[in-house]
Design a protein around this ligand. Structure first.
Ligand SMILES: Nc1ncnc2c1ncn2[C@@H]1O[C@H](COP(=O)(O)OP(=O)(O)OP(=O)(O)O)[C@@H](O)[C@H]1O
Ligand SMILES: [Mg+2]
Length: 236
């Protein structure tokens, strides 16, 4: 007979010792969006932890709109977003093996429990000096979009298509300009992965390209650039 396992109760500190839990309250967020707070991972400055505002989830949970009822039925909140994004990330990683180059995405490093809720761990995209890379939104606001950035945007757009990445939210705040590794490139930090019941854009590259092109045009307009759908490029 196996001896009975005497198990100590799971506590915050036992989770923390096993690196499943991190305390974030009291730390200063380095960024925040409409949906989340963003912290540098304690002890790992190359990573960020994103924690979603409960407010957002609560609003969704109580919304009576049909769209949100369907979202509720299919599962809501950061968990759903996390699963969707991870699936797309996995598919992009497999394409990276085929294409022998990196997809234009920030690495996803998994999840941790935090005292502020579920924390999604991501690679911190950085600039030359090791600071958080600027978003395209910030670059546009500061009038810093130059030819090099426009060229990087064109390459980014073409890589989205080649890697068959499904864009949901290609707003300028979700694109960052990485200049860390002697290369300059635009990286998508979130807002991708199929969220449709019938994932046409996943099945058909043509349908995905059409949708990407529409979204890239909107993105271009939002930062004062032109999107050329014919040759799949940005210009000033
Ligand atoms: N991987 C990353 N590397 C560098 N900066 C990042 C990264 N992830 C997030 N950021 C910074 O944090 C900001 C907010 O991140 P993110 O877009 O993921 O959160 P959000 O709450 O969903 O924002 P929103 O809903 O407003 O788009 C970004 O605009 C960017 O400045
Ligand atoms: Mg965002």
């Amino acid at each position: 007979m196996m001896p009975a396992v005497t198990q100590s109760p799971v506590t915050e500190s036992s989770l923390a010792d096993a690196a499943w839990f991190i305390r974030l309250s009291g730390l200063e967020p380095v960024a925040g969006g409409a949906e989340s707070h963003i912290f540098v991972r304690p002890g790992k400055p190359s990573q960020l932890i994103k924690v979603h505002h409960d407010r957002h989830i609560e609003a969704l949970a109580s919304s009576r709109a049909i769209k949100n009822r369907i979202r509720r039925w299919r599962g809501i909140g950061p968990h759903k977003t996390f699963l969707r994004q991870n699936r797309a990330y996995l598919e992009a990683t497999l394409r990276a093996a085929e294409l022998d180059r990196a997809p234009p995405l920030a690495h996803l490093r998994g999840v941790l429990l935090t005292d502020l809720g579920l924390g999604v761990v991501v690679q911190k995209i950085r600039d030359r000096s090791g600071e958080m890379a600027p978003t395209l939104f910030q670059l546009a606001r500061d009038g810093r979009i130059d030819d090099e950035i426009i060229a990087a945007l064109t390459l980014f757009a073409r890589e989205l298509s080649t890697f068959r990445i499904i864009g949901n939210d290609l707003n300028a705040g979700n694109l960052v300009y990485e200049t860390r590794h002697a290369r300059a490139r635009i990286v998508l930090i979130e807002g991708y992965g199929s969220r449709n019941l019938i994932p046409l854009r996943r099945w058909s590259k043509r349908i995905n390209d059409r949708s990407l092109s529409r979204r890239l045009e909107k993105l271009a307009n939002s930062v004062g650039l032109t999107w050329n759908a014919r040759d799949w490029s940005f210009s000033a």
